[in-house]
Write a protein that binds this ligand. Structure first.
Ligand SMILES: C[S@@+](CC[C@H](N)C(=O)[O-])C[C@H]1O[C@@H](n2cnc3c(N)ncnc32)[C@H](O)[C@@H]1O
Ligand code: SF4
Length: 451
């Protein structure tokens, strides 16, 4: 059988599967896990531990049609300023429950559009964060940046507060594609934003791109990539566009007839991968690329790559604290997501309570499955000895899972009797293969296409 037919037979072109930024995925979170768990798990963070902080800013001046992120449109800054006041209260509520000397390994501002904040409001927020949490050694501070909504003064404010990584939303430079996804952004706007960032000594720049967009072809994608490479990013994320209009209402504006087929999406990723590897990038996991000396590439090489709600990371902290409406916190004990609607989140914090409203308590079985899925997503294989060291007495269960995967996908998976590896040509199947271990898997329409 030809390789493409084998991929088809294994479901690559019609499966809908989670991206496994967590296991179980967030659509399995339930209301039994709430603020009381959040409070208990914050109290249980060990003395001197490193934690990472994610702050969600759910506001944008424009609402791009393709975007599936949790955000709301605003024409003025007053709701944003009010929201930041609530964030300051939430920081205090969280800090009260943590031991005094936790250290912050990472700070990430995401959204929505964090760069919508005025420089004064950003300074207020960051001063409170840095007054509350002391930085760990090797601390990193990253921010998601929309180049059309990033004033020079704001970018300089972020740099002055130590931002050392910026993630710039590009998606695609082709004007017809941009119009079809409701996000117009010129090459010059992106270029100018990058110049300001580099001028402010922010040296690690990531760019977000999408494949599978309406009217995107091999030719348009190659031309977008040429423009992107001319800007010399250090990292790239190339996500498959998730078209889920039944979940993300804005997407009804997108003409589904103009979307590339699943086979065309596959061809687009292959072309992009070839081009980026030729340019010297290392592929990281399913959708990232990094220069060989970059920390993400080093972590991928040494087995230290991790997957969390923000995608791929080399962050080793066991606790990720999500602040803001809909933000998810991750603890060794489980996950808790804050109330999603800004009003509901504001009301909880205003009453002096944490805002966790749904989540999941991890069982021992969940924990092992989560790590096996993380191995697959990060290494395209399962390292049995590494898992065995982490989960004593579970070797038989791990070997059983390996045997099941090899039996289910014999053309794609190889084992030397212990470890398992997905063959390079079958790497695009990794989410489908991971899905085989997922005991919560159901309701496929909740997820995006496997490719
Ligand atoms: C919070 S958003 C963008 C940050 C910033 N507001 C901007 O516009 O540049 C982060 C990233 O999520 C990705 N994203 C958003 N919607 C998506 C979708 N439907 N499918 C796949 N990726 C998506 C985009 O690549 C986007 O850059
Ligand atoms: S892509 Fe960015 S600016 Fe556009 S709606 Fe999403 S978060 Fe807002």
């Amino acid at each position: 059988m030809e390789q493409i037919d084998q991929l088809r037979a294994y479901g690559l072109f019609d499966a809908r599967v989670p991206r496994y930024t967590s296991y179980p995925p967030a659509n399995h979170f339930a209301a039994e896990t709430d603020a009381s768990h959040q409070s208990e798990w914050l109290h249980a963070v060990p003395y001197g531990a490193e934690v990472s902080i994610y702050i969600h800013i759910p506001f944008c001046k424009r609402l791009c049609w393709f975007c599936a992120c949790r955000t709301q449109g605003t024409k003025t800054l007053w709701p944003v300023d009010v929201y930041v006041n609530v964030l300051l209260q939430e920081i205090a509520l969280v800090a009260q429950r943590l031991p005094d000397d936790v250290r912050m390994a990472r700070l990430h501002l995401g959204g929505g559009t964090p760069t919508i904040l005025s420089p004064q409001t950003m300074t207020r927020l960051l001063s409170r964060v840095f007054d509350t949490f002391q930085k760990a050694e090797g601390f990193e501070f990253s921010v998601e940046i929309d180049p059309t909504e990033a004033a020079t003064e704001l970018l300089e404010t972020l740099a002055a507060h130590g931002m050392n990584r910026a993630s710039i939303g590009v998606q695609d430079f082709n004007p017809k594609v941009q119009e079809a996804i409701g996000r117009v952004q010129t090459y010059e706007q992106t270029h100018d934003c990058i110049e300001i960032l580099r001028g402010a000594k922010v040296h690690s720049l990531n760019m977000d791109l999408l494949y599978g967009l309406p009217h995107q072809t091999q030719t348009t994608l190659v031309s977008t990539l040429e423009q992107v490479l001319a800007l010399q990013p250090d990292r790239l994320a190339l996500y498959g566009y998730a078209h889920v209009p039944w979940m993300s209402k804005r997407q009804v504006m997108i003409d589904s007839e103009a979307l590339p087929s699943a086979e065309a999406r596959y061809a687009l990723t292959e072309t992009a991968q070839r081009m980026l590897v030729m340019d010297g990038f290392r592929p990281i996991g399913i959708d990232h690329f990094a220069r060989p000396g970059d920390n993400l590439a080093l972590a991928s090489h040494s087995g230290g790559l991790r997957r969390n709600f923000q995608g791929y990371t080399d962050d080793r902290a066991a606790v990720l604290i999500g602040l803001g409406a809909s933000a998810i916190s991750q603890f060794p004990q489980g996950y808790v997501q804050n109330r999603s609607a800004t009003a509901a989140y504001t009301s909880a914090i205003g009453q002096g309570c944490l805002a966790g409203a749904r989540g999941h308590v991890l069982s021992a079985e969940d924990r092992l499955t989560a790590r096996m899925i993380e191995h697959l997503m990060c290494r395209f294989g399962i390292d049995v000895d590494a898992l065995d060291a982490e989960f004593p007495q579970q070797r038989t269960i791990i070997l059983q899972a390996v045997a099941e995967l090899v039996a289910a996908y014999p053309a794609a998976c190889r084992t030397d009797g212990t470890n398992m590896q997905i063959l390079r040509a079958f790497a695009p199947l990794v989410r489908v293969i991971a899905g085989h271990l997922d005991r919560y898997r159901a309701g496929q329409m909740a997820h995006s296409s496997a490719i």
